[in-house]
Ligand binder design. Structure first.
Ligand code: WT7
Length: 710
């Protein structure tokens, strides 16, 4: 097994990372205006990491004590692989830890959330103005006291809708402060939240609500994105129709008015019904609710949230996180990875949507617990768009709000590179101290650009490797301690026993490609796949085990190698999921969406390397000839467009294939398995989408040639 065998879904250019030798040493805290680094040298990191692995219980006991507990825990860990119980017997509340405790400690007037809305009117022709915009964006600042009042009201409103401890509340909202409020309100009363990213389609909403047994949804009439309105309420209403057909009753929908007159929702009144679902305006219910609501006393192992993520089967899985362990892990990782300190003038900005785990852990929970203001931006980086394309909104936000830590995704960085160096150059980015990236491997070119044009060669970059399942960072440089190398996520987080092994569980030598595993439980680990024990065990705990004891190890489904310094280089997924613009997508999800169209006989979806997105989606589709004939249709551009929008409608816009290629039949092995590797090669080998509408691809010859290889 040599480097490079793990080609599936790989978004790194192997050549460029194998030859990457640049190393950037950590800089003194003072050079960035930090009072200190939490961990200030590699020796200190190595000693702490060694201790955290040798004595995990001692290590995590201390970390957990940073939280506010209503009742202290009796034991740190009960571990019977793959089941972990952390901080056994402890009682606490997540909202209390993010909000109430700060108010009680006298920090009620400190800023908790700084929010900027998307809309501004572009200034067309007004030479006297220093601003390019005719109107300034809407900005809201919420203190911890505001959050306390708002979450208490929202919590009471949810209670009035019958939401109880243990229920799952679905949240489908734009990036507005009320999204944070809704999440914290659930935590406050002990209901689990299940946030669905606003880019998902009605089918995705209904599937997730059925799976979670969720009977209440919080949404908004719409949200702003690139100057347009995302019709969230319309999608929810459509989802309610689908749910009705399934016999799944949604009792209540709580709707925030965000876009008002811009959608037809003006017609909705509180108390209206959509089927059996009672509709409520947020301003009728939350605003009028009492602002006194005690925090529910939750067990450390009570469910905090579900978050659905794509897997290698068609159905997304509900990743289950619990309270005490998750909070302990995210408060620590947020603090150490970004050197967070309260009262130090820091403003933390993670540009991820709260609909993804990055937003859960590092827009909300991890940042609020550390009492550092967290910035939320509602919209797109290219709104308003600039002449010549692209946008500088992010740089303007950093400059205006004096952002100190900025956290974004490689795909965004590559987009910014394309838009041009002059855009960040026009802004004062001197407030920045630490930069972060997450979501997929970052190519060294993008890393260097980020370092030079955003960090102005001053700021350390933390390339944080983790997953929805891990709760928080599992491999990342600590900014004051670890020298960085472009493209490497460097060394394991404290308390995380990460290794690269072969199938037999043996650790591999330098630069040998293998599988990424974690040998010991950590507090932020998922506790299950909701309602699916089998999937939990088989997806994560079945492939790798301790060769001596046979105890299962956590397998992340990523290929990785370590270099001569022990640094990790993640090479990408080894299962049938691909990362498209940093978003995880099951190829099966897209395939099922395609075959649900009457024209499609079979579909196979593969990832193709893409300059900006990391991977693009290429779908090979064989058509039902009788259907084509009967409907007088052809394998043409029109049908391609129709299939593309069909996928968007079934899954969401982020799943739209970038290429659809019609084939006579799909290449299969004798046992009937689709030869994906062949399709990946074919897809990667073609520069331009074939516009030839008449010839179908004939795989029969290549398939025969390749059959022996599979
Ligand atoms: C997958 C998890 C983690 C929050 C957002 C994504 C890939 C993530 C990195 C990184 C290389 C990375 C992996 C992982 N990934 N961060 N820094 N370097 N790969 O969460 O949607 O659950 O995706 O993202 O392939 O398995 P997710």
């Amino acid at each position: 097994m040599g480097a490079g065998w793990y080609t599936p879904g790989m978004s790194q250019n192997i050549e460029s990372v194998l030859n990457e030798t640049r190393k950037f040493p950590p800089v003194p805290a003072a050079s960035l205006g930090f009072a200190r680094w939490h961990i200030g040298s590699e020796e200190e990191y190595r000693a702490l990491h060694a201790r955290s692995i040798a004595d995990p219980e001692g290590f995590w006991r201390e970390e957990a004590k940073r939280l506010a507990w209503f009742r202290p825990f009796d034991r740190v860990l009960e571990w019977s692989a793959p089941d972990a119980k952390w901080f056994v017997g402890g009682k606490l509340n997540a909202c209390y830890n993010c909000v109430d405790r700060h108010v009680q400690a006298g920090f009620g007037e400190c800023e908790a959330i700084i929010w900027e809305g998307e809309p501004v009117s572009p200034r067309t022709n007004h030479p006297s103005s220093t601003s390019r915009y005719a109107s300034e964006p809407e900005i809201r600042r919420l203190t911890y006291r505001d959050l306390l009042v708002q979450t208490s009201k929202a919590a009471n409103a949810l209670k009035a809708l019958g939401v109880k401890k243990g229920d799952v509340v679905t949240i489908y909202m734009p990036m507005v402060p009320e999204l944070a409020v809704a999440i914290l309100a659930c935590a406050r009363i002990g209901a689990a939240h299940s946030v669905i990213f606003g880019g998902f389609a009605p089918t995705a909403i209904s599937e997730r609500m059925i799976d979670a047994g969720s009977r209440v949804i919080v949404t908004a009439d719409g949200g702003y994105r690139r100057g347009e309105v995302v019709p969230l309420l319309r999608n929810v209403e459509e989802a309610l129709g689908l749910l009705r057909n399934h016999g799944h009753v949604v009792e209540h929908a709580l709707v925030l008015r965000r876009v008002g007159h811009e959608v037809a929702a003006g017609a909705m009144k509180t108390g209206d019904k959509r089927g059996e679902t009672v509709m409520h305006w947020w301003h009728d219910t939350v605003d009028r609710a009492s602002d006194a609501c005690p925090c529910a006393e939750m067990d450390s192992e009570d469910m905090l949230f579900l978050l659905y993520t794509s897997g290698s089967t068609g159905k997304p899985k509900g990743i289950l996180h619990t309270t005490g362990g998750y909070l302990t892990f995210v408060q620590m990782t947020a603090r150490l990875s970004f050197n967070l300190m309260p009262d130090a003038g820091q403003v933390f900005w993670c540009s991820a949507d709260i609909g993804w785990v990055t937003g859960h852990s590092y827009v909300l929970y991890g940042i609020l617990m550390n009492r550092v203001p967290t910035l939320m931006y509602e919209g797109a980086p290219n709104f308003p768009a600039l002449p010549g394309g692209g946008g500088d909104r992010f740089w303007s936000i950093i400059a205006r709000h004096r952002v100190t830590q900025f956290y974004t995704a490689p795909t965004a960085i590559r987009t910014f590179m394309k838009w041009g160096d002059h855009l960040p150059a026009a802004h004062d980015l001197s407030s920045l101290k630490v930069l972060g990236t997450v979501g997929e491997p970052i190519n060294p070119e993008a890393w260097i650009w980020y370092h030079e044009h955003i960090g102005r060669k001053r700021c350390p970059i933390v390339d944080t490797y983790w997953q929805t399942e891990t709760g928080g960072h599992i491999v990342t440089p600590l900014p004051g301690a670890i020298a960085t190398k472009p493209g490497s996520c460097t060394l394991p987080m404290l308390g995380v026993d990460a290794v690269v092994v072969n199938e037999a569980g043996q650790e591999l030598g330098p630069n040998q490609g293998g599988l990424f595993a974690i040998r010991k439980p950590w507090p932020g680990m998922l506790r299950g796949v909701y309602g699916n024990r089998e999937r939990f065990v088989s997806n994560y705990w079945s492939r790798l085990k301790d060769p001596k004891t046979g105890e299962p190890w956590y397998f992340s489904a990523d290929g990785a190698r370590r270099d001569e310094d022990g640094y990790f280089w993640v090479m990408g997924r080894v299962d049938d999921v691909i990362k498209v613009s940093g978003h995880l997508l099951g190829t099966m999800e897209v395939e099922s969406a395609l075959v649900s169209h009457p024209a499609v006989a079979e579909a196979a979806v593969v990832g193709v390397p893409h300059e900006i997105k990391g991977n693009a989606i290429c779908a090979f589709v064989s058509l039902k000839t009788h259907w084509l004939k009967a409907n007088n249709r052809h394998p043409d551009e029109l049908l391609r467009k129709e299939l593309t929008s069909h996928v968007a409608k079934e899954v969401g816009a982020l799943a739209k294939p970038d290429q659809i290629r019609f084939a006579d039949g799909l290449p299969k092995t004798r046992s009937g398995k689709i030869m994906r590797r062949l399709l990946r090669d074919v897809a990667a080998g073609v520069e331009k989408i074939t516009q030839d509408t008449t010839t179908l691809e004939d795989f029969s010859v290549v398939a025969k040639l390749r059959e022996n290889e599979e």
